[in-house]
Design a protein around this ligand. Sequence first.
Ligand code: IMP
Length: 188
Amino acid sequence: MRRKLVFATNNQHKLKEVSAILGDEIGIMSLEDINCYADIPETADTLEGNALLKAEFVHNNYNIDCFSDDTGLEVEALDGAPGVYSARNAEANMLKLLHELEHVKNRKAQFRTVIILIMNNEKYVFEGIIRGEIVMDKRGISGFGYDPIFIPEGYDQTFAELGDNIKNEISHRAQAVNKLCKFLKSVQ
Ligand code: IMP
């Protein structure tokens, strides 16, 4: 049976990435698909907190099974910043980050995704982490957000150079979504 649930986002990049991973068996609807145009608050100070705010908003207002994700880029030399504050204006933030790290040797960073699923009134948490490092200058055009400045461990190209196929196999979001997918298939 094809299970339908809402992914609490209107970010087309995320929808594409997550749909590709979930495959045909698990169809997802976006916020637009359920006519939700609200500006859902993301005011928590952790990724888990923000993901919960989004999932609860949809669940409480639309009474439908849903999941949400929140992702942050956590830079070691910046004590995990920008983290939950990896705001939407990625271009400006990317340049700011490169500037902050201009003379910093430790380039280690990780993307971390937290997914909260609310299904049959139960809450479930899934996490995905990919470690890597921040380059000196942005490279590549695919993906979105901070992809042009992040090289995943074991590679020498940025996510934006590696392209969607490789990113979808290894990324933070892919790892969290794979856990979600495995869980959804186990309860079908
Ligand atoms: P969100 O709160 O999960 O939407 O993520 C906040 C910001 O983090 C986004 O607007 C992007 O700038 C950045 N971000 C999230 N996921 C990714 C990713 O997979 N690659 C690069 N940047 C990302």
